[in-house]
Design a protein around this ligand. Structure first.
Ligand code: FEO
Length: 401
């Protein structure tokens, strides 16, 4: 049985959901699975835009055959050569041996790395802004290197003004029946997962995202079809573009404080609770405290993308930074976190080099302001620490003025 949807006349969604997968890329926890989107366009010539992960191959093949309704497949557009999307290219070649595989030079370099078969006779190598007419529909290709791999391209369908945007605008989470963002409660069910997807998967590449977004300033877009999650049209389309502008320029969404701590025996936690209480008394609202030990780091990274001010509190472990704080700082540097106000709290019982390690990581981040003096605690918070804690709270409060 197929499960397809005609998103507009003669353009079909032929993707599917995978809800048994517990971790995307075997790293990022999934609470409600993931959707792999792919599309068929029916015209004088037919085209399939991307394939799906091998985990849903059977459904995908049924969907494609249903949408084609007995026609052959003329073109397979490869917007992204990562296995969650290219996992069925070889299957398509088997079923449609004359299909033209449409990609750029890098696409086929990666294709041969993943699939060492000779399919050169099927290649159609295109360059940035080349066009392909299917009849009434015309596809225009835009290379989008590093959003999220070097070979990525976006495809713009000119008659319906649909942008097929590869991983960009994707989100974690399977589709809940509705295929469009306006058919579900996007803010409740997808926004935080969309932010977690962006920050962890594409977040490192803010510059390339900005560069591809600027190419579309002049183009009218009626619909965005990413490779994961709901499709966007109308108000939801404007909303997600505005979010991408913010996320890719590392602009915080919330002017408030995110306090992240590691704590073995609740002593560092106590410092953070008292600091947050002081900040609330100053009038700062909508703060969030996260015990780093309770979260997969991808959730912490997503919140870092959201908040303007971040407090990092770390105990000392093995004479260095508590290991999850260490991992977080490594990820912040790897993902190019920028433009944040950061305050530091260190707790140690007998010494170590936590401060040196944290300072080393922060020196790799761009546009970071260190707010207040780092607060140094010996094992537990004491009345002696009060002036320094008050001074730190005042500095953080003043950073909003
Ligand atoms: Fe959804 Fe970069 O793969």
């Amino acid at each position: 049985m197929h499960n397809t949807h005609e998103i507009t006349h003669n353009i079909f969604w032929v993707g599917g959901n995978e809800r048994r997968l517990s971790r995307f890329e075997n790293m990022f926890p999934l609470n409600n699975g993931i959707a792999y989107n792919a599309f068929v366009i029916i015209d004088e010539k037919t085209a399939l835009l991307d394939t799906v992960d091998v985990s849903i191959s059977d459904l995908f093949l049924t969907n494609v055959q249903y949408a084609l309704n007995g026609k052959t497949l003329d073109y397979l557009i490869i917007n992204h050569m990562e296995p969650d999307h290219c996992g069925n290219i070889v299957t398509m070649l088997r079923h449609y041996p004359n299909v033209k595989l449409v990609g750029n030079a890098k696409t086929f370099q990666f294709f041969e790395q993943f699939y060492p078969i000779d399919a050169k006779a099927n290649y159609m190598i295109i360059k940035d802004q080349d066009e392909l007419s299917l009849g009434k529909h015309t596809l225009k290709f835009f290379t989008a290197p590093m959003v999220h791999w070097p070979e990525v391209m976006f495809t713009y369908e000119t008659s319906e003004k649909i942008l097929f945007s590869a991983d960009a605008f994707g989100t974690f989470g399977g589709l809940n029946g509705g295929i469009f963002a306006d058919e579900c409660d996007f803010n409740l069910d997808y926004l935080s997962e969309s932010r977690r997807y962006y920050s962890n998967i594409v977040g490192k590449f803010g510059g390339p995202v900005q560069s591809i977004l600027s190419k579309f300033n002049e183009l009218e877009i009626n619909m965005i079809c990413p490779l994961h999650g709901p499709l966007y049209r109308g108000a939801e389309l404007a909303f997600i573009i505005q979010k991408y502008e913010q996320w890719s320029t590392y602009q915080p969404e919330v002017q408030s404080v995110l306090l992240i701590y590691g704590s073995m025996y609740n002593n560092t936690e106590m410092v953070v609770d008292v600091l947050a209480n002081k900040l609330a008394r100053f009038g700062i609202k909508n703060m969030k405290i996260m015990d780093i030990s309770q979260y997969d780091l991808s959730y912490v990274i997503a919140e870092i993308w959201k908040y303007s001010n971040i407090v990092i509190a770390t105990p000392t472990y093995n004479a260095d930074v508590f290991y999850k704080n260490h991992a977080l700082l490594h990820e912040m540097a790897a993902l190019n976190v920028q433009n944040r106000k950061i305050s530091l709290i260190f707790n140690s019982s007998w010494g170590g080099k936590s401060q040196e390690t944290v300072t080393g990581y922060l020196s790799k981040l761009k546009n970071i302001s260190l707010i207040g003096e780092p607060l140094l605690i010996k094992s537990t918070l004491k009345e002696d620490n009060e002036p320094a804690l008050e001074a730190l709270a005042t500095s953080i409060f003043n950073s909003f003025q």
